[in-house]
Design a protein. Structure first.
Length: 596
């Protein structure tokens, strides 16, 4: 029985120990929970009562700093920053009394009264700052006045902050006293260490997140900058080429460069272009604009003038050669046209002077022939001498006609479109080159299918020069054909006698009318114009002649003259030669009125 009682007592003791242990554990847990709650409440009180006041005071200090900077150097950017600071400060004031944190702070110190006084004043200051002009000389003085008006707000915020700090210090003392209790110290230390570890991990994760975002933003900004740079390069009217300096492989071209050479980077013309640029530049890096000036043959007979610079750049993380050039062919052609026009003007003045001087002795010869004929008439057997005198008179008349034509061509053209006889102008132009055609064994025929009264409007001398240029080109084409055929005969070892059956040289000029327009066609059988020249026949300096015989400006000027007459001029290969067709407006109205 005693053993049973002892066993029962031991069981009850065990049960009591277990219950006591559980009770102690529960009590410890309850105490820990209560202490933790109290500590959390105190921490929240500290945070809520001081943080709002600190933020308001910090915004005030930043705002005053912006006022100080702007008072020294006013600027538009600084004004925008100041407006932002004032808005932030204005938004912080209601938090001192109209938020959960503000209500806790209001239990410590009166925040509603002082802050509401300055809210309205801050609104006025914001409006006044928005009206200030950074360029105005009085802006700095006004900013200083506004800054001084905010000083009382700073004192009020400082008072609120100091009282909050004092209250928080008291709370901290109470919390420290609680932390010194032996039972709660391990739990507090464990909680604090865990909280610190968690805070460190959170801060580290946040910092990593911020750094990652910064890297992403930097990469996006760099990509946008590169894209903008490419867009600018694509829009530049100059030719931009990026090439590998070791292999001459082109890695980038803009549209201007594609139009100049080729749109395909794999085109064999690109390495040739890069080598030509490098050879012309001489130095590997000539960054000064205009240091590179060269001529480049895109194809046989198609030579352009280039000007620019060559440099080394970092392209796609690799050192590459940057070539920037512009096509200056049109500028060069314009300069040559000006030079040629100046020479032609001088030549015209000289020709007019020479023609004037020749007219004097021609008139004397003409009078001498007339006197000799008058003296010869009464004498018998004077017919042979009279025939010679007639021949001399005819040659004098011919020389007179030539000098008259030279004088007409030497005159400065007028700016007015005056009516003149188309048929008469064509006949005068043909007469100017008739002797040259006879000397070259070329048959020149004119088929006039219009009356002499058909008028066109323009400058007659310039129009005659157009016809003369076309006829002279036909004459030169026969010479070129003869040279070409002679070379072919030499290559084939064909004797000259074998070419005796060659067709005769002939140039036909026809004048017709199609509705309200006159059509002048000049056709030869000189073999035609090469296709590559035919496409740019009327461009300046496009010619098949040598530099000693032609400048390439005749047909370009002819097109300008015909265009001024509201007409057109075209060239085409027809049969065994070429045909130039000139179309200009024509009318018989003025001729009819004159006849009436």
């Amino acid at each position: 029985m005693i053993l049973a009682r002892n066993s029962r007592s031991i069981g009850l003791l065990k049960l009591g120990l277990v219950v006591a242990s559980v009770a102690l554990f529960l009590a410890t847990t309850l105490v820990y929970v209560l202490q933790t709650r109290q500590q959390a409440f105190l921490t929240a009180t500290i945070r809520s009562s001081g943080w709002v006041a600190y933020q308001a005071q910090l915004e005030f200090v930043k705002t005053q700093a912006e006022f100080a900077k702007l008072a020294i150097v006013p600027s538009t950017l600084g004004m925008d920053k100041l407006m932002l600071r004032l808005e932030l400060l204005r938004s912080r004031l209601p938090l001192l009394y109209d938020s959960d944190e503000g209500r806790v702070l209001s239990d410590i110190v009166d925040t509603r009264g002082p802050t509401q006084i300055f809210e309205a004043r801050l609104d006025q200051i914001i409006d006044e700052v928005g009206k200030l002009d950074p360029e105005d000389g009085g802006t700095a003085r006004e900013l200083k006045k506004l800054s001084q008006q905010l000083e009382p707000l700073g004192e009020a915020l400082q008072t609120i902050l100091m009282q909050s700090v004092a209250y928080n210090q008291e709370i901290f003392q109470r919390e420290r006293a609680m932390a010194q209790r032996p039972g709660a110290l391990p739990l507090v230390m464990l909680f604090v260490s865990g909280a610190c570890l968690a805070a460190v991990l959170i801060l580290q994760a946040r910092r990593d997140r911020i750094r990652l975002n910064e890297v992403r933003e930097a990469q996006a900004a760099l990509a946008a900058m590169e894209e903008n740079l490419r867009a600018v390069i694509q829009a530049v009217p100059a030719c931009v080429v990026v090439a590998d300096p070791d292999t001459d492989k082109v890695n980038f071209i803009n549209p201007s460069a594609a139009a100049l050479v080729s749109p395909s980077l794999d085109d064999p013309a690109w390495p040739r272009f890069v080598r030509a640029i490098r050879a012309a530049a001489g130095e590997p890096d000539t960054r000064r604009w205009g240091a590179l000036s060269m001529g480049y043959a895109r194809s046989p007979g198609d030579i352009i003038s280039l000007r620019g610079s060559v440099g080394t750049v970092l392209w796609e993380q690799r050192p590459q050669q940057l070539i920037v050039v512009v096509d200056t062919s049109q500028v060069r052609n314009a300069e040559l046209q000006v030079m040629q026009a100046a020479k032609l003007a001088t030549l015209g003045e000289m020709a007019t002077a020479i023609a004037h001087e020749l007219n004097q002795p021609l008139a004397v010869i003409k009078m001498a022939v007339a006197n000799a004929r008058r003296l010869l008439d009464p004498l018998p057997g004077g017919e042979p001498v009279a025939a010679k005198l007639e021949r001399i008179s005819a040659q004098v008349d011919r020389a007179k006609r030539i000098t008259d034509q030279v004088r007409r061509y030497g005159r400065m053209p007028t700016e007015q479109l005056l009516p003149f006889s188309l048929r008469h102008a064509v006949e005068l132009a043909a007469g100017f080159v008739a002797e040259q055609f006879r000397a070259a064994n070329i048959v020149l025929s004119i088929e006039a299918g219009v009356p002499a009264e058909l008028l066109v409007f323009g400058e007659q001398t310039m129009f005659e020069q157009v016809i003369v240029n076309v006829l002279i080109n036909a004459r030169d084409a026969f010479e070129t054909q003869e040279i070409r055929e002679s070379q072919e005969r030499r290559e084939r070892d064909t004797p000259p006698a074998a070419a005796a059956g060659t067709a005769r040289r002939e140039v036909q000029v026809s004048i017709g009318r199609e509705g309200e327009r006159a059509v002048i066609a000049v056709q030869d059988n000189a073999g035609g114009v090469p296709e590559d020249i035919l496409e740019r026949m009327f461009e300046p300096f496009a010619t098949t002649k040598s530099t000693e015989k032609g400048t390439g400006l005749g047909l370009s000027l002819a097109r300008s003259v015909v265009r001024d007459m509201n007409g057109t001029i075209v060239a085409e290969n027809v049969g065994a030669g070429a045909r130039f067709t000139i179309t200009v407006p024509a009318s018989l109205i003025n001729a009819s009125r004159d006849a009436a």
